[in-house]
Design a protein around this ligand. Structure first.
Ligand SMILES: [Zn+2]
Length: 150
């Protein structure tokens, strides 16, 4: 029985916390981060690798004419994915990549005022205004006068 006992791995001395989210790590977790955070970090690294694709002229033209909505149509993807595409392919400032999740969240916040969106995303309203302007996403769609009746 003594042999078996010595083969058992030693229990860590104290519970460790994930440095990213602060949750307590499972005792059998040998990683430095919890698994959801490890997954998120791996995804971020992966995205980093994809960053240097140049936008095709077709994507560039679509983005310039109608922002991410038009880019989504041309690239045949969701508007949120078009935002990721715009970030990866350098259609928006590269520094925005660290805010990718927030930028993608803008899609679901369409029609909500800059100030409210800013509070929800934890950024300034000027940042929200800049993001929306660059991406071609508006706070509130202005109603176009209906000219079809003639
Ligand atoms: Zn974590």
């Amino acid at each position: 029985m003594d042999t078996l006992r010595t083969l058992r791995p030693q229990a860590p001395p104290a519970p460790r916390a994930c440095p990213r989210c602060g949750c307590r790590l499972a005792r059998d977790n040998t990683d430095s981060h919890c698994s959801p955070c490890r997954f998120a970090l791996t995804l971020e690294e992966h995205r980093e690798l994809l960053l240097d694709d140049e936008a095709t002229p077709e994507y560039k033209a679509a983005f310039e004419s109608g922002g991410v909505v038009e880019l989504a149509r041309v690239a045949d993807c969701s508007v949120a994915d078009a935002i990721s595409l715009a970030i990866r392919s350098g259609l928006v400032p590269r520094r925005w990549r660290s805010s990718e999740d927030k930028l993608r969240a803008l899609v679901d916040l369409e029609g909500i005022r800059h100030v409210e969106v800013a509070v929800r995303l934890g950024v300034s309203r000027w940042t929200v205004a800049t993001w929306r302007d660059e991406l071609g996403l508006q706070a509130k769609r202005k109603r176009r006068p209906n000219r079809s009746a003639s």
